[in-house]
Design a protein. Structure first.
Ligand SMILES: Cc1cc2nc3c(=O)[nH]c(=O)nc-3n(C[C@H](O)[C@H](O)[C@H](O)COP(=O)(O)OP(=O)(O)OC[C@H]3O[C@@H](n4cnc5c(N)ncnc54)[C@H](O)[C@@H]3O)c2cc1C
Length: 286
């Protein structure tokens, strides 16, 4: 039987007091959809769980046209999927949210929890990278901001220090007219982790047209396909031969593993196919 204690602080201040006197085997919990599974599988053995779910300061989603979208640490995947400004300005995030597990799980699972888990197949990672998301961290040493790309340092690893928690993730508003999409390849349509995920954003900012591409389940830590993005920069309607070159460049920047869900070779080849498909879909939506 699993034995652990649970604290449910009502404020960030109270949470930090508990975390400051807790030992090394302490875990914070948001929705618990990863943490509790890892505990059942004997992958982690916290003696103390600090459940954040009563902390008002961590709830909600706000949108400010001059800044962007701020997703609180307790905002669930469903809250994000149902937010009107997410559908309008962050369609790649919306697609990813709707591809996450199923409706019931999405009512528990949080976007920030998905990023903190840092599992390479996490559906929120690639969209938060193409929207150039920044994590807001709070802890005993104060506050700091860390880009999502740097926050995740490897499979199930992140930069959080002892006693530090994520307050929110902020996604700047894409400049000018934009379009986005997230495509996920799984073995079935619901309740499956990605074999490959591709997030794509196109913007027509004050300068030239820009493309951003990031992937899920095919790299140990987040990656942007910079070479592929540079090939596309300024191109309004990429033809098939350019899309083939972009797909090659995308395949060259991933480093997937073989696991129960797919082989390394299959994943690499699907990165190429899904990159072209995601670009076509984004261009259609533009
Ligand atoms: C049946 C099932 C289906 C699933 N399907 C999918 C899927 O399709 N796609 C997908 O990406 N994932 C899927 N998952 C995984 C999981 O649901 C997600 O990763 C989820 O978004 C995690 O959020 P959570 O709030 O439940 O995190 P929790 O389990 O509460 O926490 C996860 C980790 O993050 C840490 N953490 C959480 N919040 C904070 C914070 N504010 N500050 C610091 N650390 C924090 C915790 O300590 C823990 O280490 C599935 C899980 C299950 C059980």
């Amino acid at each position: 039987m699993l034995a652990f204690e649970m604290e449910r602080p009502a404020s960030l201040k109270e949470a930090f007091e508990i975390l400051s006197r807790s030992g090394p085997d302490t875990a914070v919990k948001a929705g618990g959809t990863d943490l509790l599974v890892w505990m059942k599988k004997n992958l982690v053995h916290p003696e103390l769980i600090v459940d954040l779910s009563l902390i008002e300061e961590l709830k909600g989603i706000s949108f400010d046209p001059s800044g962007g979208l701020v997703i609180g640490a307790l905002a669930t995947v469903n809250e994000v999927a149902e937010h009107p400004q997410v559908g309008k300005f962050y369609p790649a995030l919306m697609d990813a949210a709707l591809s996450h597990s199923d409706f019931v799980m999405r009512n528990k699972a949080t976007v920030v929890g998905n990023l903190c888990s840092a599992v390479p197949s996490g559906d929120m990672i690639a969209p938060c990278c193409v929207y150039e998301g920044v994590m807001h961290l709070v802890g005993p040493a104060g506050r700091r901001k860390v880009p999502v790309m740097e926050f995740i340092t490897g499979p199930r690893k992140n930069v959080l220090q002892k006693g530090e928690i994520v307050k929110s993730v902020e996604l700047p508003l894409p400049k000018g007219h934009s379009a986005g999409c997230y495509l996920k390849l799984g073995r079935r349509n619901a309740l499956d982790l990605a074999q490959v995920g591709v997030a794509c954003v196109i913007t027509d900012g004050p300068g030239e047209r820009e493309y951003r591409l990031s992937f899920g389940a095919v790299t140990p830590r987040p990656v942007r396909a910079k070479v592929a993005e540079d090939l596309l920069r300024g191109v309004v309607s990429p033809d098939e031969s350019l899309l083939d070159k972009v797909a090659e460049a995308a395949m060259a920047c991933v480093d997937p593993i073989t696991d129960v869900r797919a082989s390394r070779e299959y994943r690499i080849s699907m990165v190429g196919e899904l990159t072209k498909k995601a670009l076509r879909k984004c261009l259609e939506r533009f």
